[in-house]
Design a protein around this ligand. Structure first.
Ligand SMILES: *[C@@H]1O[C@H](CO)[C@@H](O)[C@H](O)[C@H]1NC(C)=O
Ligand SMILES: *[C@@H]1O[C@H](CO)[C@@H](O)[C@H](O)[C@H]1NC(C)=O
Ligand SMILES: *[C@@H]1O[C@H](CO)[C@@H](O)[C@H](O)[C@H]1NC(C)=O
Length: 252
């Protein structure tokens, strides 16, 4: 009995100090991305800013492709994507796209492209809400929803699409090329919607890390940012919307 009594104050002080240190702990956790940034010096292979880092470890484009394919071709993951994940993901994507429709950024008549679509749940979501002319590209095709295509060199003519969506920006080894290709294949006035991770880190297959949306705004040279908001999209926390500028009419 006596022993328990003498332990109790210690336990009490321990608990109090634990509770008092919680805010500090939380603060520290929220500062982590910045600490990470300061102590991390990856090789920058793309002319980017402080807020966009290319991950080191990709000695060549081949190495990069191998790594991306390793995830995309993983039979266990593909099984999950096409069964357990299928409907759940389609419903989440459909909600995102419906909101974009309400904001007049997307319509049933839009010709739409999903970049890095894997098995194409986002393409299926577009079709379900009535955006029938939709297709996806990925390194590994999943017909008919997803055809073969590298987002660093899209297999489409200039000014093909009204709408492009992607949640794989973090997989781009050459973010500038990724954006340049979107702006090339979008029609003037076309809309690009990206889901990106700004305050959280991507997975081990990510090729870059974004610390703010500033680098995106800088890379979309032919577009203007028309919307940005927080979302909860499969580990990605920010939706950024760009609209490609109309061509300047040269008066004769
Ligand atoms: C992916 O990498 C792992 C380990 O490096 C390897 O065992 C596996 O065979 C690879 N899978 C594919 C599809 O390349
Ligand atoms: C778009 O298509 C969906 C699904 O077919 C339909 O319910 C909706 O009414 C259509 N919207 C417009 C504006 O036509
Ligand atoms: C889209 O496809 C659905 C189902 O096939 C059809 O009912 C609808 O009329 C189509 N919408 C347009 C705009 O073509």
């Amino acid at each position: 009995m006596k022993a328990t009594q003498s332990k109790t104050p210690i336990l009490k002080y321990f608990l109090i100090s634990l509770i008092l240190s919680l805010p500090l702990l939380l603060l520290f956790t929220s500062l982590q991305p910045h600490l990470h940034r300061r102590h991390h010096h990856p090789t920058v292979t793309d002319p980017t800013s402080e807020d966009l880092k290319i991950r080191p470890g990709y000695s060549s484009y081949e190495t990069y492709l191998q790594r991306q394919l390793n995830k995309t071709l993983n039979p266990k993951l593909r099984q999950i994507w096409t069964t357990r994940d299928w409907d759940r993901k389609i419903q989440v994507f459909a909600k995102f796209f419906d909101e974009l429709k309400r904001k007049n950024l997307l319509s049933n008549q839009s010709k739409a492209l999903c970049i890095g679509a894997r098995v194409g749940q986002e393409v299926e979501a577009l079709k379900r809400i009535g955006v029938n002319d939709s297709v996806g590209i990925d390194l590994v095709p999943y017909p008919p929803l997803v055809i073969k295509g590298d987002f660093h060199k899209q297999p489409f003519d200039d000014e093909t699409f009204d709408f492009e969506f992607s949640n794989v920006f973090d997989h781009a080894l050459y973010p500038n090329k990724f954006v340049r290709e979107i702006e090339r294949t979008l029609k003037p006035g076309g809309v690009c919607v990206l889901h990106v991770a700004v305050s959280r880190r991507g997975d081990k297959y990510s090729a870059n890390d974004l610390y703010s949306i500033k680098p995106l705004v800088k890379m979309f040279k032919k577009s203007e940012m028309v919307d940005v908001r927080k979302v909860d999209g499969f580990g990605l926390d920010t939706e950024v919307v760009f609209r490609k500028k109309e061509k300047i009419q040269i008066q004769g």
